[in-house]
Each structure stands twice: as structure tokens, then as C-alpha cells.
Design a protein around this ligand. Structure first.
Ligand SMILES: NC(=O)c1ccc[n+]([C@@H]2O[C@H](COP(=O)([O-])OP(=O)(O)OC[C@H]3O[C@@H](n4cnc5c(N)ncnc54)[C@H](OP(=O)(O)O)[C@@H]3O)[C@@H](O)[C@H]2O)c1
Length: 248
């Protein structure tokens, strides 16, 4: 089967491409570096020719509110139009658990991306994942003030990229659900606790402070804003195991 992975050079994209190639599929790893650009449209038509499945794992180069919204809307529109023209039969995209339950600019962009997919007429499956463990450092940085990291005690259930990619590949090979599946890591704990464990393990001297008023990238978060509320598939790699693998 021919499968196009947009963002095929990224964290999740490169792992997904490797799994699908290993299984014998013809995979195009599309990204600006490989001449496929969903913003300018360059190389999209050629990449999509003869493809049955398209997986959108692209990410915005800028997380600034306006730029990220523009990225996901323009990229989504161009990609879905190219898929419709090529007769793609399954669109798969990676979104975020709770993206409609907080109000930061990045989440608003992902909601807009999901809306385009749901109204595109192309059979689809949206996978909503919790935060990647690989993003823990970025989360700590976002709450940092001097040597202190202020984080909310709301629940957090990060997932390792190595747990995400196999689910993306599996979903892409299955029938479209015209719906959403949720995936999360195996451990659920307050944000400040997990980030403190991470910083200690990597030898980062910053002190984590529990702050119920602190926002997540500018958005308010309540106790269960960022964890699955219903049924979710769980990964196998906990924080300690992920740290062990990262150091190896
Ligand atoms: N971070 C999280 O915790 C989290 C949680 C849930 C879901 N997600 C979602 O997961 C997805 C993948 O994230 P990631 O961390 O794997 O991304 P990443 O490592 O930042 O990779 C981004 C990819 O997008 C490509 N790209 C950028 N601009 C493009 C364009 N104009 N046209 C085509 N491709 C373009 C990049 O290509 P080049 O290498 O050529 O620049 C790269 O392959 C994102 O949609 C994100 O919203 C993230």
C-alpha cells in the first residue's frame, strides 16, 4: 500500500515511517526537506499520486498563537485538497488529548485542524495523544522563572514517542473510524510531580513549585483537562523506563 507521511522526518513521523517500511509498505516521508511542503503546496500532488492513506504528523515551526493557527489551517486545507484530488481513502492525524478543554493558542490551532478534517469528506481517524515525554523539557521551560518552575497540580499522563508511533501505524492500516481514538502513557500523576522527577533524573537543578494558578502555555487547566476522560489505549513505557532509554 502507498502511504504518505507528512512530517515524516519529525519525532513521531520518522518512527512511523520506519515501522510502515519495515512492514513492506511504500512510504513517502514528506517534509520540506524532502521537497513536500503543505504550506506552499510544493510537491504535494506528486507525493499523493496513487496513495491510499495519508498521515499528517507535521508540526508548526512557530508556536506563537497567530502563526500556529495559520500553519495548521493552511497546511490542513492544502493537504486535504491534495488528498481529495488523488482519491486518498484514509486521512490520519495526530492531535492532543483535551485540546478542546483548555484555551492556549496551540490547542486552538489543533481544534481548527480537527474541524477541517471532520468536514473534509475524506474518511479519517484522529488520534489524540497526551504530551510526549520528549516534550517534558519544553514544559519545564514554559513554567520557568529564574531557578523555579511553577506548574499546576492538574493531572498529567505523558506518553513516549516509541509508544505513539506504533499506534499511528496500526491506525493508518486499519479502516477509518470517522472518529477519534485517545492514547496516553501508563502513569498518571500531578504535573509538578512528574516534571520534578524528570528534572531530578536529568540533573537539572531547577526547583518545581506546585502552583494551582499556573497556566499551561497560557491556558487554564483544571484537574482533568489534559488526561483522557473516557476509554484510552495506554503505552507501556513509564517515565523511569523512558529516562533509562534516553540515557542509553
Ligand atoms: N508535543 C506533544 O506533546 C504532542 C502531543 C500530542 C500531539 N502532538 C502532535 O504530534 C504531531 C507531530 O509532532 P512531532 O513532535 O513529531 O513534530 P516534529 O518533531 O516537530 O516534526 C515536525 C515535522 O513537520 C514537518 N513540517 C514542518 N513544516 C512543514 C510543511 N510546511 N510541510 C510539510 N511538513 C512540514 C517537519 O519537516 P522538516 O524536518 O523538513 O522541517 C517535521 O517532519 C504534531 O501535529 C503535534 O501537534 C504533539
Amino acid at each position: 500500500m502507498k502511504i504518505v507521511v507528512i512530517g515524516g522526518t519529525g519525532l513521531i513521523g520518522s518512527k512511523t515511517v520506519a515501522i510502515l517500511r519495515e512492514e513492506g509498505h511504500e512510504v513517502v516521508a514528506g517534509s520540506p526537506k524532502s521537497g513536500v511542503n503543505t504550506i506552499t503546496g510544493k510537491g504535494l500532488k506528486e507525493a499523493m499520486a496513487g496513495a491510499q492513506v495519508a498521515i499528517d504528523l507535521a508540526n508548526s515551526p512557530s508556536f506563537e498563537d497567530k502563526a500556529v493557527l495559520e500553519f495548521f489551517v493552511t497546511s490542513g486545507r492544502n493537504l486535504l485538497a491534495a488528498e481529495a484530488a488523488a482519491g486518498v481513502r484514509h486521512h490520519v492525524a495526530l492531535s492532543i488529548v483535551g485540546t478542546d478543554r483548555s484555551d492556549n493558542g496551540y490547542f486552538r490551532a489543533k481544534v481548527a485542524q480537527e474541524k477541517l478534517i471532520k468536514t473534509s469528506g475524506i474518511p479519517y481517524t484522529i488520534i489524540r495523544a497526551t504530551q510526549f515525554m520528549e516534550f517534558l523539557g519544553g514544559i519545564a521551560d514554559s513554567g520557568t522563572d529564574g531557578n523555579t518552575v511553577r506548574l499546576s497540580p492538574s493531572l498529567f499522563q505523558p506518553i513516549a514517542a516509541d509508544d505513539v508511533a506504533p499506534v499511528v501505524a496500526e491506525v493508518a492500516l486499519a479502516a477509518p473510524r470517522n472518529g477519534t481514538v485517545e492514547i496516553a502513557g501508563p502513569e498518571r500523576a500531578p504535573f509538578h510531580e512528574l516534571v520534578a522527577r524528570y528534572l531530578k533524573a536529568v540533573g537539572d537543578p531547577r526547583q518545581v513549585v506546585r502552583d494551582p494558578e499556573s497556566r499551561y502555555f497560557g491556558g487554564r487547566v483544571e484537574e482533568r483537562s489534559l488526561v483522557p476522560l473516557g476509554e484510552a489505549r495506554l503505552g507501556h513505557i513509564g517515565l523511569d523506563e523512558w529516562l533509562r532509554r534516553s540515557k542509553a
